[in-house]
Write a protein that binds this ligand. Sequence first.
Ligand SMILES: *Cc1c(COP(=O)(O)O)cnc(C)c1O
Length: 240
Amino acid sequence: MDNIKSNLEYDYLKYNLEEVNVNINNAYEKSEKLVDKVTLVAVSKTKPYKDIEALFSFGQKEFGENKVQELVEKLESNNDEIKWHFIGHLQRNKVKYIIGKTKLIHSVDSVKLAAQIEKEAEKLNEKIDILLEVNIAKEESKYGFLKEDIDSAVKDILKFNHINIRGLMTVAPYTDDKESNRTYFKELRLLKEELNNNNRSLNMDQLSMGMTNDYEIAIEEGATIIRVGTGLFGKRDYSK
Ligand SMILES: *Cc1c(COP(=O)(O)O)cnc(C)c1O
């Protein structure tokens, strides 16, 4: 690790991390402090493991991946201190590869997927923390429950003994006008409260919302988890 710390090649990661953490604190101070704290998940998709290792050496402990194969490869590093978040669309036949290996699965978008997680979790005899993904802006291209379907999904998933529904997640529309996402973040927070009120045994305390473009707005609206990729690691190259 020492050789990484002193390696100028990774200085930009150190500065980016510092900058994002300063922005998080400022946004939090400015907010109504609807939550106790905000957790930064560093989205490392497409980035090599050495970038993760460098950011880890600068103090970042939680990382997010959106592809099963890529997460599995990065898990081979065997750094137990890293907490992994799965944030991408999860196919049912791939649940077995990541079950029990993540701190949180953010992207449960169907009851069938939850049923598969239940099945694999039962084999492990573990309780798995999940978030339900909501397509809050009703975008064609996005995964997630529609607002009107989620109460019935919650009721079905609450029957599973090896799943703990910790909260909601959304991927807000990509926009140059980040203020325009404020209404969606607020809607997600209110939806979480409504679902908690409607379901006795539900006690969701997490809201995963906000990415590089809009995480400050998300924090002002009560995010407990933000997922930042580009703002930490720089632009992604999908050509490879
Ligand atoms: C890629 C990704 C992010 C991070 O996006 P940036 O704009 O690079 O911060 C966050 N959440 C999900 C679900 C993603 O797939």
